[in-house]
Design a protein around this ligand. Structure first.
Ligand SMILES: NC(=O)c1ccc[n+]([C@@H]2O[C@H](COP(=O)([O-])OP(=O)(O)OC[C@H]3O[C@@H](n4cnc5c(N)ncnc54)[C@H](OP(=O)(O)O)[C@@H]3O)[C@@H](O)[C@H]2O)c1
Length: 348
């Protein structure tokens, strides 16, 4: 039992230490913030990477998690577009009062959206980090992306019609949202790599060609050049392991750019003027704020209309405790084409 100002949270107890459920105070929303009762929290690779390697987090014990869906419990000063009881989702931060793996958290109103009636909390929790990473990689123009015109901008919908794009790792959460945004931007063909079991699903999201992720690079190169008439100017490598970067690099035409989700392992060369950009999917970064304010403002409408479909998911048992096992499974590469989500309110 705990008093009304306390809640359960999953703490990473020390740098590279163990996770354990403990008590954490329920914060008060500040200006432009909302207090959200978390009904669904999704897991991301960054969560196990922080435990494994440290990084990003400065203060321990730390509450992790970036993907939050729940109900507004209280609104802070200056919040006019949400009221208590709204079903919302929001992009968390590396801060104990603003992260996902707990029963109550704060959200920034600009990067919060209402969940339309056709979707549940779990659907919505799959969206924030992965969609923002896909979107910043394609549309951020000042550091973290290709600087393309987003589909929500004037004339942006379908703007890149006839331009091919390669999205490596289409079955990943980031990859599946990148395919959908590329479809809205009009790219064609949209070429992706994935295990054959994901082919049909990725085609339903907008992929034109789904090639087996395990094909040798030269075979893939032949398939890709047979599918397009022009050189590949844009590659989005959602996986960004050294081997996928190598494949992406070999597909990229002169003056092309490859977006990465992890640091570059390929070397930019002179002459062909090919470049890489490592994206950063946090809307809270100053460089992303203007773009993400726009994308978060349109998300509810797009989700309601089915313009963007949430990632597939599996619900973990045992509330916050269940996240520990879920992160282990992610670390071992045992999660395929779906997000793991946890229900913090089910914590015993
Ligand atoms: N820079 C940033 O801000 C940022 C933000 C978010 C994520 N990331 C990074 O981006 C990466 C992807 O994140 P995520 O959340 O999208 O991952 P995820 O959904 O957990 O990725 C799992 C999926 O990746 C697929 N996959 C694994 N290796 C592959 C390969 N060699 N070729 C094609 N597909 C492959 C798997 O396919 P199978 O189903 O066939 O096993 C699985 O379906 C992670 O490294 C993450 O840390 C970076």
């Amino acid at each position: 039992m705990f008093d009304t100002k306390q809640q359960n949270a999953l703490f990473l107890q020390s740098k590279q230490g163990q996770f354990a459920v403990g008590l954490h105070s329920i914060p008060k929303p500040g200006k432009d913030e909302l207090l959200i009762q978390v009904f669904s929290a999704a897991l991301n690779p960054i969560d196990y990477k922080i435990q494994e390697r440290g990084g990003f987090v400065k203060n321990y014990p730390a509450v992790l998690g970036e993907d939050i869906a729940g109900m507004v419990n209280e609104v802070g000063e200056g919040v006019h577009n949400f009221v208590k009881g709204d079903r919302v989702f929001t992009h968390g931060q590396f801060s104990n009062d603003r992260s996902a793996f707990q029963q109550f958290t704060l959200g920034v109103a600009d990067f919060t959206a209402k969940i339309p009636d056709n979707l549940g909390y779990d659907d919505a929790a799959t969206i924030p980090l992965a969609l923002d990473t896909a979107s910043t990689g394609l549309y951020n123009s000042n550091k973290y992306g290709l600087g393309l015109t987003p589909p929500w901008a004037k004339n942006g919908m379908g703007m890149y019609s006839g331009t091919p794009i390669v999205i490596l790792g289409g079955a990943s959460a980031v990859g599946s949202y990148a395919i959908q945004l590329a479809r809205l931007s009009g790219f064609s063909p949209i070429i992706t790599t994935a295990s054959p079991s994901h082919k049909e699903h990725l085609e339903s999201l907008g992929a034109t060609y789904v090639f087996n992720r395990d094909l040798p690079a030269d075979e893939l190169k032949t398939l890709v050049s047979n599918s397009t008439s022009g050189p590949i100017k844009y590659v989005y490598d959602a996986i960004s392991l050294p081997e996928t970067q190598q494949v992406g690099w070999s597909l990229l035409g002169e003056k092309g750019c490859m977006v990465l989700t992890l640091p570059a392992s390929v070397k930019e060369e002179e002459g062909k003027e090919r470049t890489t950009i490592m994206t950063f999917g946090s809307p809270h970064a100053d460089e992303n704020k203007p773009l993400c304010r726009e994308s978060w403002a349109i998300l509810s409408k797009w989700l309601e209309a089915g313009t963007i479909k949430p990632h597939r998911y599996e619900v973990l048992p045992n509330g916050l405790e269940g996240i520990i096992e879920g992160l282990e499974r992610m670390k071992k590469g045992q999660v395929h084409g779906e997000k793991l989500v946890a229900h913090p309110q089910d914590t015993k």
